[in-house]
Design a protein around this ligand. Structure first.
Ligand code: ATP
Ligand code: MG
Length: 480
């Protein structure tokens, strides 16, 4: 970016601010301006042409500072670009890639990428075939994800969406994946909290946190997801896998609605601007699994969305569902019963993740889902107070044990291979006499053993990779 003076000399157009709100400035006298062109004010503030009218242009401001009436502005002939590079790793930045209370050693990266890039076409994409391990058994067993997949995490307030996203990032430690966490209109303290968590878990040098708190202005909040995907594209071009988290897009939609209403754009459904679908879909389309000159590289997207009272049918929510490859539903009812993570496998979907699984894992996954729905039915029998046969009783007991695997606190990471192994083990019902609490202890012991004992780890991994069917796996499994 050059400065105001040089742009003024280049374009020869000078405009003056007629009126301004916190996120928009109305400027006259820029006859040559094009949509989305960057505007610079004499005070150094940046903005983007949002709506062009006959003699006026509405400029979306990328600055927390208000622009005064009368401030001169000029057009740049350029679209917004961001400085991107390795230097961003470990930083908390604003959506313009400027570090927030960064260290003095920070050097602005020299590569510059446009924020509004067309998604790559089909010829540069490859099939998603590498799994993305989340370390959460309920996801890895039932709703597997692939690298390059776009999976929505959706649920009511305080149902563990953010915790889930954090857990996925922590699970990618040392796996050569850059994680970009976008905080959209969250409190400034949230960025600090996340940075500390990542630092403590030593994943900070593979993460970038983008913080756009509400007080930074609607323009920056609007920009945040675009910045995130732009940074991801830089790393993709270096042949790196990336994961981008948008926390959350329902809030993003609300901010965009506010901007559009202020600009007196025609309000569409629920007062959202007509291009809200386009805006989000264009971000989502930039994710995927790509062929790059430096090898295969994926951009996995994990947008979060909020629902009210578990209603999945909202406008923005259904929009997001239709532009992603599935969703994980965080269920308030499960959350209050103490289930963590509170993901409801029956109301969740994964569209491309299954193709990344081995035939054995796919078989186990299918069996498990069938068993769980049977268990669910049996449970409703209990509610009716019907007399239970021995068979029903054993299904109920088995269900209790299997569900132990789905209960994981925020620090826990169980590798997918181990989850499958433990499930197969439970299938054989090795501890018929033990109580639930005792079975839980046994499982915890095995998780610990896997972490500490190289032989056991190799045995589990070998079984999961070599065996072809569940029947064969069950033959090979012995405990103790
Ligand atoms: P918000 O709507 O405020 O963004 P959210 O859906 O992102 O909420 P979180 O903030 O992630 O939810 O979680 C809500 C609470 O649940 C937090 O106090 C968190 O510590 C707790 N929690 C979430 N997941 C787990 C877990 N796996 N184990 C233990 N506690 C959890
Ligand atoms: Mg949250």
């Amino acid at each position: 970016m050059k400065n105001y003076q040089s742009y003024l000399e280049k374009s020869g157009e000078i405009g003056y601010t007629q009126s301004a709100t916190r996120s928009l400035a109305i400027v006259d006298g820029l006859p040559g301006i094009k949509p989305k062109e960057l505007v610079v004010f004499e005070t150094g503030e940046l903005g983007q042409a949002l709506v062009l009218k006959k003699e006026l242009v509405e400029v979306l401001l990328f600055s927390p500072k208000p622009v005064r009436v009368g401030t001169a502005a000029t057009r740049t002939g350029e679209k917004l670009t961001l400085p991107v590079g390795e230097a961003l790793l470990g930083q908390v930045i604003n959506p313009l890639c400027q570090p927030i209370n960064g260290s003095s050693s920070f050097k602005m990266p020299s590569a510059s990428y446009p924020t509004d890039q067309a998604p790559w076409g089909i010829e540069k994409r490859v099939k998603i075939k590498r799994p993305l391990e989340t370390g959460l058994a309920v996801v890895d067993l039932l709703l597997p994800l692939g690298q390059g997949q776009r999976e929505l995490a959706i649920g009511d307030r305080k149902t563990g969406k953010t915790s889930f996203a954090e857990q996925v990032v922590l699970g990618l430690k040392g796996k050569n994946t850059v994680c970009i966490y976008t905080l959209i209109a969250k409190r400034a303290a949230e960025a600090k909290r996340l940075a500390e968590i990542f630092q403590k878990a030593s994943v900070h040098n593979q993460t970038v946190i983008i913080a756009a708190p509400a007080e930074a202005g609607s323009g920056l909040v609007y920009l945040a997801p675009f910045s995130a995907i732009t940074i991801a594209e830089y790393f993709r071009d270096q042949g790196q896998d990336t994961l981008v988290i948008f926390d959350d897009l329902t809030t993003h939609a609300k901010f965009y609605r506010e901007i559009a209403l202020l600009a007196k754009r025609f309000p569409g459904r629920d007062s959202y601007p007509a291009d809200i679908f386009f805006t989000h879909a264009r971000i989502m389309e930039r994710g995927g699994n790509f062929k790059t000159p430096k090898g295969e590289a994926s951009i996995t997207l994990l947008p979060l969305a909020e629902t009210t009272s578990g209603d999945l049918t909202g406008y923005i929510q259904t929009n997001l569902m239709s532009m992603t490859d599935g969703h994980l539903f965080f269920d308030r009812d499960l959350f209050v019963t103490g289930q963590r993570p509170a993901i409801n496998p029956f109301l969740s979907v994964t569209r491309v993740g299954r193709q990344t699984q081995t035939p054995l894992k796919r078989e186990i996954s299918r069996e498990l889902l069938a068993f769980l729905s049977l268990h669910e039915k049996m449970q409703s029998l209990v509610h009716f107070g019907a007399e239970l046969t021995e068979e029903v009783r054993s299904i109920l007991a088995q269900g209790e044990r299997v569900k132990l695997l789905f209960q994981q606190d925020e620090e826990s990471f169980v590798p997918a291979n181990l989850s499958f192994y433990l499930l197969a083990l439970l299938w054989k019902n090795p501890w018929p006499e033990k109580t639930i609490a005792e079975v839980e202890e046994e499982l915890a012991k095995l998780v610990k053993l896997y972490r500490e004992d190289e032989d056991f780890r190799q045995k589990v991994n070998h079984l999961m990779e070599k065996e072809e069917t569940l029947a064969k796996l069950l033959e090979k499994i012995n405990h103790g």
